[in-house]
Structures are given as structure tokens and as C-alpha cells.
Design a protein around this ligand. Structure first.
Ligand SMILES: [Zn+2]
Ligand SMILES: [Zn+2]
Length: 199
């Protein structure tokens, strides 16, 4: 199952111009099986996109990109709508672990936006590292990939799309069928997946 784990919608992210109706059409066209809505610090885009996805046979999962004081991460967990920023990374990791969710540093080596950078090596508790991010240079993604190898933490792929054209550039290929957020969390914890280039 191919899922783009990192997408921003116009509803939930001021910096995105993606209309959710166009998004679902694009996802179908690209033959992705599913997408995750991971808007900045809010979950407003999830339900409307889920509803459209259901009508069109596209699985839509809800996550959130949280701007921690140390850098951006995506979280899949229950209660994500209650996360308040600013938050420190260590506190957010314990919050996620209490709820048995997953937390993934995204674009860890991108410049110009808060990113965890080499703090990846110092902070324990990440379930995966985003090693293919559609808004990063190849060099930045390679640094993330090296970190995932050294730390023995699996790597995910996501487009980090803010425009329709960016959707699906990278994705994550799971070897199981995923129907719900609970199953997605379980699949991410299993480590049985691969970050892939899709478009
Ligand atoms: Zn970000
Ligand atoms: Zn993002």
C-alpha cells in the first residue's frame, strides 16, 4: 500500500494552496492508495478530506505536523487535536508515548525552517525519520537517510506538498493493508515499510 505521509491542505495550513477536492482527484490520478493530512499545528483539514476520500475510494489518514521548539515533527496519535504549541520536543515525545502514537522528525536537515538537525542523534524516542521529503534537496534527504541508518530507525517518505504538483513525489510503501489510524500507527511501529520516489 502506497501512502504519501505528509500533505498540507488550504483548510489547515496558510502556506498551502491545495484544495481538497483537487487533492483527491490528483491522488486518484497518481494511483496512490492513501494520503495523510498533516497540517501545521491543527487538524481542521482532516475530516473534510476524509469525507471526500471515502466518496472516491482514497484512504485519508489524520496526522499533524507540530512545530516543536527544536524542530518540526509529524505525529499520528489519538487526541492530536489537543496538542498546544509552543511545545518542547521531549515533552511531546512523552505525550505521544503515553498515547502509544508515533512521532517522526520531518525534513530534519532542511535549512530555513525549524528542523531537528543533529539533535536527532541526541534525543531518544522517535519511531521513524522522514528520509524522503519533497521540499528538501537530495543532500538534505541523504543526511536524514544516513541518520536513520546510524540510529537504526526506519525511514519514511512524504511529499510535504503545499501545491497540487508536489503531491506524491515521495511516499511510503507498506506491505500491509491499512484501514484506520490505529493500523497506520501499528504499521509505522512495525518498521516494515520503505520510503519511495513515486512521481
Ligand atoms: Zn515542516
Ligand atoms: Zn510539512
Amino acid at each position: 500500500m502506497i501512502i504519501d505521509l505528509h500533505i498540507h491542505t488550504l483548510i489547515g495550513s496558510h502556506c498551502s494552496i491545495i484544495e481538497i477536492r483537487d487533492l483527491i482527484i490528483q491522488v486518484k490520478r497518481l494511483k496512490l492508495d492513501g494520503i495523510c493530512i498533516t497540517d501545521h499545528n491543527n487538524t481542521a483539514g482532516i475530516w473534510p478530506t476524509k469525507k471526500l476520500g471515502e466518496e472516491e475510494g482514497i484512504k485519508v489518514f489524520g496526522g499533524i505536523e507540530v512545530r516543536t521548539r527544536e524542530g518540526d515533527v509529524i505525529v499520528f496519535s489519538k487526541d492530536i487535536d489537543t496538542i498546544k504549541v509552543p511545545v518542547g520536543i521531549v515533552d511531546l515525545i512523552s505525550w505521544v508515548q503515553e498515547r502509544e502514537g508515533v512521532i517522526i522528525p520531518v525534513h530534519p536537515f532542511r535549512r530555513g525552517v525549524p528542523s531537528l538537525d543533529n539533535r536527532l542523534y541526541e534525543i531518544p524516542g522517535f519511531d521513524a525519520i522522514e528520509i524522503l521529503n519533497g521540499n528538501c534537496t537530495q543532500e538534505m534527504n541523504i543526511l536524514a537517510w544516513l541518520a536513520s541508518l546510524k540510529l537504526k530507525i526506519p525511514g519514511t517518505g512524504g511529499s510535504d506538498a503545499h501545491t497540487l504538483k508536489q503531491v506524491g513525489k515521495y511516499a511510503t510503501m507498506f506491505d500491509v493493508q491499512i484501514e484506520t489510524e490505529e493500523e497506520l500507527i501499528k504499521a509505522i511501529k512495525s518498521g516494515n515499510y520503505q520510503a519511495v520516489r513515486w512521481t
